[in-house]
Design a protein around this ligand. Structure first.
Ligand SMILES: Cc1ncc(COP(=O)(O)O)c(C=O)c1O
Length: 425
């Protein structure tokens, strides 16, 4: 088929007529489909069913060091749960704190600490306007934390191998820029893994703010789609140490998409100095985490191989879904020159870019025909996608059959929105 941008006005109108018929047929079906958030499918949750019974009775509640996991104590987590994250994140176990069920919660608390208490200096909020670098498109909940604290967000473009570092290096000269959000592996939503060069450049940053912190959200460290083709990410803590910046980066992760979402365990990995600052705050916040859940997880994954084998089960659940997304985009829209998309090797999302000015309309059309997508703009600070062209596709939750219908509808909506826009112009 001819590319839309090469069609005459009459050809565009005829095509819109045909696409309208397709769209109306979808709308008449009364569909109720959802590709809005990166939730694991029920089959993926079943992969971790052993966790429900792995700590069986009252004689079974002791850690390797004979800690009674039913009781208070052990603020920074059980040793064996630290070992688990050490393998996951490629950091020494001594650099790990294991917390509660959510890494987002740990990130929120760390940002609150920066704002209200500070890191080796005045609280951020007492130093004038606080600004943060946000790689875009990015994770909406990071942006929501900044908005909550009134932190001004500075968008920096995600390039093919990580953030636009020239722009980052320029921005960190401002002492009011206090940090940067990064999802360095299988990034949300583009699926990008930062190259070695980018990791080294981030680790070597010399921010004007001495209390600058990189929020290294390694949520998808283990989330390959093909175990033999897993991206390798350099260890940011090692690189920071080598660059003479040991306290620059703080890493966060969780098992939310390894075991149970909302029922997993989360961790921070950082330099000893940063861990001391964090523990000083945590001592006020809580008496101890849920060590029973830490114990369950440590038993479920006694070694890195067990964890890797488990992640292969997730990959087997997810890969066919990513294939449906990418294959449908290719077969329905590949020749039309109206959309580009990422083909991630891991993570939970595909990021699609329509022609400028079409994303909101596509999401609206899908919604009206019974398919909920992540809101257009959500992948940008303040919900403001300057080109109105980015859409995050989250294929993990719906079963494959539903996903096929959802993706077909999505492609019809992309055609319709684009044709309407071109005809109006
Ligand atoms: C980049 C990223 N970080 C963090 C989270 C949430 O993690 P948790 O469940 O550990 O709070 C998500 C969930 O989608 C995510 O995509």
């Amino acid at each position: 088929m001819k590319q839309y941008l090469q069609m005459t006005a009459d050809e565009l109108k005829a095509e819109l007529n045909a696409v309208d018929n397709e769209y109306n047929a979808f709308a008449a079906k009364g569909l109720s489909l959802n590709m809005a958030r990166g939730k694991p499918g029920p089959d993926q949750l079943d992969h971790s069913s052993a966790l429900l019974t792995i700590v069986g009775d009252k004689n079974d509640v002791f850690s390797e060091n004979k800690v009674d996991c039913r009781n208070y104590g052990g603020l920074d987590g059980l040793d064996e749960s630290k070992t688990l994250f050490s393998a996951m994140l490629d950091v020494p176990a001594d650099n790990v704190i294991v917390g509660g069920n959510s890494s987002l919660n740990l990130m929120f608390d760390f940002m609150a600490q920066g704002m209200f208490s500070g890191f080796d200096g005045e609280p951020w909020m007492k130093q004038g306007e606080v600004k943060f670098i946000c790689v875009t498109p990015g994770y909406d909940r990071h942006f929501a934390i900044c908005e909550y604290f009134g932190i001004k967000m500075l968008p920096v473009a995600m390039l093919s191998d990580g953030p636009d570092m020239e722009e980052v290096e320029r921005l960190v000269k401002d002492p009011n820029v206090k940090g940067m959000w990064c999802v360095p592996k299988y990034s949300n939503p583009t699926g990008t893994t930062y190259s070695d060069e980018i990791v080294k450049r981030i680790a070597a940053l010399k921010p004007a703010a001495k209390d600058f912190r990189i929020m290294w959200d390694n949520a998808y460290a283990m989330h390959f789609l093909d175990a033999d083709n897993d991206d390798k990410l350099l260890s940011i803590l090692d690189e920071c140490e080598k660059a003479g910046n040991p306290d620059l980066a703080v890493m966060f992760s969780s098992t939310s998409k390894i075991t149970f979402s909302g029922g997993g365990i989360a961790a921070i990995a950082a330099s000893k100095h940063n861990l001391d600052l964090i523990k000083a705050r945590m001592t006020i916040q809580t008496i101890s985490g849920d060590k029973l859940n830490q114990l369950r997880h440590a038993r479920m994954f006694p070694n890195p191989e067990a964890l890797r084998e488990h992640m292969k089960k997730h990959a087997a659940s997810l890969k066919p879904k990513f294939e449906v997304v990418v294959n449908t985009l290719q077969s329905e829209l590949g020749d039309l020159g109206i959309i580009s998309w990422t083909e991630p090797k891991g993570g939970y999302f595909v990021s699609a870019d329509t022609l400028p000015g079409c994303a909101k309309r596509v999401v609206g059309l899908c919604k009206d025909a019974g398919l909920v997508l992540t809101g257009a703009g959500a992948t940008y600070p303040y919900g403001n996608d300057p080109l109105d062209n980015n859409i995050r596709i989250a294929p993990s939750f719906p079963p494959v059959d539903e996903l096929k219908t959802a993706m077909k509808l999505f492609t019809v909506a992309v055609k319709k929105a684009t044709l309407e826009m071109l005809i109006e112009q």
